[in-house]
Ligand binder design. Structure first.
Ligand code: KG4
Ligand code: ZN
Length: 356
């Protein structure tokens, strides 16, 4: 391998963000083009998979051109092509994977199928020098999990949501309150103006001795309280409900984190506590987690806002981390709409060692 830093293309199409980024091994984001499809889905109040897939296909060549221009590079300068290979919406993942394979095959460059959750898990190492192991709280639209992160491809699942993911709950409550789409940021904004004490909502699984989550009971409780209010809801009703819901999620996360800390302290006395995924961009939750981490003398690490939600830079970085370990994938990789992180432990996908 040459001594010049690896330069990786990263492609992300697993949900409603189309993104292409170029990242170098020395942690420089040379370009991170993100096309947010929100306006394509806003009138439906959620992501429409077929529309998303079509928009990805249309946008990818445009974003590639813009990324290369901004980075002042040509395709031949790339060391490899990394793409989200799952989990995610099948149509979108397929578009990204086909596009990445075509580039990799044409250029005879390494192809890397990245697990989207691993891309979130490693993002913090793109922005800071953080050694393994660390405790990861992954809070996104599709997942809420604690993972003991020991290295590339080495994740131990400590607990996960038994039903809805935290981001999904934010999205559903935002939709119920008619706050707009995407739901998470809209609800956070509304909550800033509300009274978090007005509605008495449950804290699911509070004080139970494990690291799992549950958000569906909280969602049902909000629905019942909303139904009991005079309609149409006032702006104050909505803000108060948003604030009460957000506080309940915060209390639940804090309670679950205490269990996860206990489990991890048995592995190692101190470790970074990393929070990643779209919900990690919520400032209220971040502040609560910061206080808790301080109490437990654990350094809290959260990627910058723009790298919490889906982006190509995190995919490119995961590609760099894997290629540095001599890992790449074969071009017959099949997209995996379901792809638990623990599966990487066995590396039983199409992954091969370059040196083999
Ligand atoms: O990581 P991400 O971009 O995509 C997935 O991998 O799912 O996360 C998206 C999720 C959505 O559910 C969105 O509502 C939530 O993250 N989210 C937020 C905030 N920003 C994004 N949730 C709460 N507060 C926010 N500020
Ligand atoms: Zn994501």
């Amino acid at each position: 391998m040459s001594s010049s830093p690896l330069i990786m293309l990263g492609i992300e199409t697993s949900c409603d963000e189309t993104s292409i980024a170029i990242v170098s091994e020395d942690r420089r984001i040379l370009s991170n083009q993100i096309y947010t499809q929100q306006k394509d889905h806003v009138s439906f109040g959620g992501v429409v998979p077929e529309l998303a897939a079509r928009a990805h296909l249309e946008r990818l060549p445009i974003l590639l051109k813009e990324a290369l221009q901004e980075a002042d590079l040509v395709l031949q300068d790339l060391s490899g092509i990394a793409v989200t290979g799952g989990p995610g919406l099948m149509g979108g993942v397929l578009m990204g994977v086909l596009y990445a394979k075509a580039i990799a095959a044409t250029l005879h460059k390494p192809f890397l199928a990245i697990n989207h959750l691993e891309a979130h898990a490693l993002t913090i190492r793109l922005t800071e020098e953080i050694p393994f192991p660390y405790l990861l709280l992954l809070v996104s639209g599709g997942h809420t999990q604690f993972l003991w992160t020991e290295g590339i491809g080495r994740y131990k699942l400590l607990g996960a949501s038994l039903d809805d993911a935290a981001g999904e709950a934010f999205d559903k409550i935002a939709k119920l309150l008619n706050l707009g789409y995407p739901g998470g940021p809209a609800l956070e904004k509304s909550a800033r103006l509300g009274n978090p004490e007005r509605f008495d909502l449950p804290r699911p699984l509070l004080r139970t001795p494990h690291c799992n989550f549950s958000f569906s009971g909280l969602k049902t409780a909000v629905l019942k309280k909303v139904e009991a209010l005079p309609h149409p809801l006032t702006l104050q009703d909505k803000n108060d409900m948003a604030a009460s819901f957000q506080k309940a999620v915060g209390d639940t996360l804090i309670d679950r984190c205490q269990n996860a800390f206990k489990v991890c302290k048995a592995f190692k006395s101190s470790f970074p506590f990393v929070v990643a995924g779209g919900v990690a961009s919520n400032l209220y939750l971040k502040q609560k987690l910061e206080l808790l981490a301080n109490e437990h003398h654990l350094p809290l690490k959260v990627p910058p806002l723009k790298l919490c939600t889906d982006n190509g830079a995190m995919v490119a970085w995961a590609g760099i981390e894997r290629l540095k370990q001599g890992l790449e994938d074969s071009l017959d990789f099949s997209p995996r709409p379901r792809w638990p992180l623990e599966d990487l432990f066995n590396a039983k996908t199409n992954c091969k060692k370059v040196t083999d």
